[in-house]
Design a protein around this ligand. Sequence first.
Ligand SMILES: NC(=O)C1=CN([C@@H]2O[C@H](COP(=O)(O)OP(=O)(O)OC[C@H]3O[C@@H](n4cnc5c(N)ncnc54)[C@H](OP(=O)(O)O)[C@@H]3O)[C@@H](O)[C@H]2O)C=CC1
Ligand SMILES: CC(=O)[C@@H](O)[C@H](O)COP(=O)(O)O
Ligand SMILES: [Mn+2]
Length: 448
Amino acid sequence: AATNQPAIRVPLGKLPCQPHSADGSSCGSTVCAGGLSVFATVPPRSWINETHGPTQSSTRAEWPGAVGREWFVMSDNIRTVLLLGSTGSIGTQALDVIAANPDKFQVVGLAAGGSDPELLARQAQRFTVANTAAPRGAATFTGPDAVLELIDAVPADVILNGITGSRGLEPTLRALSTGARLALANKESLIAGGSLVLEAAKPGQIVPVDSEHSAIAQCLLGGRAEEVDRLVITASGGPFRGRRAADLEDVTPAAAMAHPTWQMGPVITINSATLVNKGLEVIEAHLLFDVPYDRIDVVVHPQSVIHSMVTFTDGSTLAQASPPDMRLPISLALGWPDRLADSARPVRFDEPAAWTFEPLDQDTFPAVRLAKAVGETGGCHPAIYNAANEEAVAAFVDGGVKFTSIVDTVERVLAEADEWRAAPGGVAEVLAAEDWARARARERLGRN
Ligand SMILES: NC(=O)C1=CN([C@@H]2O[C@H](COP(=O)(O)OP(=O)(O)OC[C@H]3O[C@@H](n4cnc5c(N)ncnc54)[C@H](OP(=O)(O)O)[C@@H]3O)[C@@H](O)[C@H]2O)C=CC1
Ligand SMILES: CC(=O)[C@@H](O)[C@H](O)COP(=O)(O)O
Ligand SMILES: [Mn+2]
């Protein structure tokens, strides 16, 4: 009978029967969770009420946690999803996608930072998720390693990393080590980890969620790798498009948060205003698609409908277009390589519309030029670019630091970072470079 206990969900065929009786024998079932085996009919799901074990009688006693709980058996064509950053902009939109596709996805774990434990609990209840993680606040796994413990404890087909900031690096590496597909929104982990992340990933294991990289991945299906001439990354230009450097001295955090086309979390929104987001995306594109920096362009496209393009060697350019809505790249990353019907509203061609393109004003917004130089240098410089920026953004949002100081600070910290040019030998080295960059940035920002 149903109780107020969360349901237990078993991906059919994903849990091999383990020896679980006193004599070490196993029940031989196709689906077994340590002594409680389940027979199910598919497709696609059925509530089950039959349990058995080696003795056909004592199973419930062997695993008291199962008593009185509903069992939900999933067919093989349902993907299990571990969602990191579930309470944020990407996380909540991913849950929208999953809610609209209950026959395709099952959430098996949720992780958040702990600033809204009620929301995390509501999400767990709504999606009947038994395992949650948060560094602080109520969750199944808590403390500084909560997210890593969740990844270790709960197997999943897809892990979506929607955590913000380079604190997502260790979860990215741990997710890759499980063999799950990594749907990567947390671009900072790829930029900070660089070669470490690429070496940890099997071919095709990382599927981009970032709209531009999702667009590029889609366009790349139109030709062979050796036929790619240039990647063209579009930028909205942010809320200060068209302004000169002198006009940016006194802009407020509220003005920087007013993104013209996307509703996103605070850090990426400020990064869009400084164009640091585009700088990070150039490095992300280089790492994901192995195209040299001198063949990656940025063009300002204020409507955010063309999400990026690929120009091929024959002179053909393929573009991916859709109204700005992250549910499209999220659904593609979760379902990759399949498209999920009705993920988002398509572009309508019976309405008047203009798609425009203009060059980036690199003097007013030097963040992309700086990112390309940082990417060419490699080593820990991309991690330093990102970490110094995270500190400067926090200082700007807190008040007392000018908008223009954000990229100035990143540039100055990098100018002192010669000792960090070598490729990192391991995560500890990346974290040390980040600590160094954060300390130098805080000093420069008067935050020590
Ligand atoms: N939003 C968007 O449209 C896009 C976002 N991205 C990228 O996706 C990532 C997420 O962005 P966005 O959703 O906007 O950010 P948000 O700030 O909206 O959400 C961040 C999420 O991460 C969680 N989080 C923070 N710290 C931790 C931690 N230590 N452990 C576990 N979870 C944590 C937050 O929980 P809590 O609030 O409790 O701290 C929250 O759930 C970023 O890397 C961003 O660059 C990329 C493209 C588009
Ligand atoms: C939705 C998404 O992918 C963001 O990274 C977005 O691209 C930000 O907009 P900007 O083009 O202004 O940076
Ligand atoms: Mn993007």
